[in-house]
Unconditional design. Sequence first.
Length: 226
Amino acid sequence: MTVSDNIVMSGTSTLNLSSATNRGILKAGGDFTAGAGSTVTETSSATTNEIQFTKTGTQIFTNNGSTFSNDINYLVKSTSITQLGNSSSFVLVNTGAKIGLETGGKLDINDGIVTVNGVVTTGASYLGVFKGSANSNMTFGSTGTGAAGTLYFDQTTAGTSNNINTFTHNRSTTGTATLGNDLVIGGPLAFSNGAALIINGTTLTLNGNVTYGAGSGSLTGSSLLI
C-alpha cells in the first residue's frame, strides 16, 4: 500500500500490515503519526512485512504511546530523511526483523531512541546514516542473536550530527555491532551479556563512562579511542 499524504492514527486504532501468508508493505510518503493507544502490527508468516519511508525530503515519524509489535521491518529509502518527532518517539526493531538505510537515506534520531533487537541491514546498497543529537539514544537489546550489523553515522558536522547520548549493547557474545565511521558518545556506553563493539578503522570518542553488567562486553579493534 502506498500513501503519498500524511498518516495519522489515533485512539485505539490498529494497523495490521499483513496476515496469514500475505506480504504487507506500507510505503509512507508523508509524515507518520501513531498516537497514544494505537497499534501497528503484522500477523503473517511472511518475513518481508515492512514500513518504507519514501518521501523526497524530510518526513516526521511520531509514535509516543503507541505499540509496534511482531516482526515489522523498516526501510529508509535513499531520498528520505526520516526524523523521530520527539523525545518519546522510537524505532523498535524486534527480534527477527531488520532496519535498512539505503545509501543516501538518513534516520534522524533527534531526541528519540532506536532499539534494535533484530539486525541493521548491511551491504553496498545500505550505506545510509543515523543522525544523532545530544539527546539521542541507541540500544541493541538482549533478545537479539547474531551480528547486529554495521552502523554509519552522519558525518556532516563532526561531534554533532554523529553524536548520541547513550549507547547500550546487551547482545550475547555473537552479537557484535560494527562502527562504519566515527561516533561520539556523550553519555554512558553500557555493555552486558558479552557483546562486542568493533571499531576497526574508526574514531570512537567517549565523553561518559563505560559500564559493564552481567556477562560484560568489549571494545574490539585497532582504532582511535578518545
